[in-house]
Design a binder for this molecule. Sequence first.
Ligand code: ADP
Ligand code: ASP
Ligand code: MG
Length: 403
Amino acid sequence: MLIVQKYGGTSVGSIERIQEVAARVAATHDAGHQVAVVLSAMSGETNRLLALARQIVEQPDARESDVLVSTGEQVSIALLAMVLKERGSPAVSLLGHQVRIETDTAYGRARIRQVQTTRLSNALKDGNIVVIAGFQGVNAQQDITTLGRGGSDTTSVAIAAALQADVCEIYTDVDGVYSADPRICPQAHKLERISYDEMLELASLGAKVLQIRSVEFAKRYQVPVHVRSSFSPDEGTWLVPEDQSMEEVTVSGVTSDLDQAKITLMRVPDRPGLAAKLFAPIAQDNIVVDMILQNASVDEKTDVTFTVPRGDVHKALEQVKNVAPEIGAEDVVYDTEVVKVSIVGLGMRSHAGVASRMFEVLAAEGINIQMISTSEIKISIVIAAKYAELAVRVLHDAFISSA
Ligand code: ADP
Ligand code: ASP
Ligand code: MG
């Protein structure tokens, strides 16, 4: 078999951990498999590098920032390749540009366009364990790019897709994908299987166990992904195409996302073109607007509320304050102390009354819902940030523990 294994930061966080990873990789190789390994930087390293840059300037130059943060993975792959060779296993480390993981030019959040496989395939055919730096690629100008936080997940699934690997194993510090973040919800349980679509929602709604783009690749190329623990041999969670039995479960997972801020324009004259004037400059600034709520108008005036990533709130406010006089808004207010909490499940398609039940559960805790958005398989609400953990726990109790 051809197996891609990805190890996250905690799994390569010390020399001892790297030696344990080497033992697992070598055992897979000794069992007769071809093995490509994708590594993250040692835990804490990417944050340390980003902090160094911020000692110089608050918004470091994007190109140079990628040259800097990509070094974390260079260290970990070199160390693992050394340990493997020392143990007698043939190994070779490769950086993004050596593999040729080609990306667009968006430094810090680049997208993979293509993975060249010639060098990889040759190294594997020669019997080598290939150890690849995650999180990094190269753009058309031959510059280093990085794929956004958690990007090694995406490197590994993209490599697995390009090599048509039999499986992509993602080794992390939890033993699979849970029904909620086990750090904040002790009742959460490990899911044996999850559909690509549910995992896409969970990842985009705050479950950082997988980077969302890795799930997009997995779905598009039907890569069998197995999320599991680097600390134990147990089976983890398989990402699989949907099957009929999955719709029987109404809610598979609960997530929270604190990376949210809410902006409200008060008493705007309700005229055609209002939304277009308001949101065009925000989009031009590359700010992703998530939920939008427009109240019923009173005296032909309405309030418009929307959410943006917390880090973008000041940039968005500048744009909003520019257009506010033009569209006649009477005031602009914002709130960064909010959280988006979501429930996700294929069964929502066929079960009625899920939303009203969700609202009842929150009302019973005295939690006020500020915004609501739904899609076929998820319901998200925005509430005060201080209720984040409580809301995850009571929703998990109501929909999953007691199901
Ligand atoms: P790695 O360094 O291996 O990439 P991450 O820290 O990026 O690991 O992702 C693993 C973490 O994701 C876990 O420690 C856990 O706290 C968090 N997490 C959030 N939601 C979930 C979930 N639904 N299931 C499992 N882990 C989750
Ligand atoms: N080292 C990068 C990060 O911390 C990429 C990764 O770990 O996936 O975000
Ligand atoms: Mg990660």
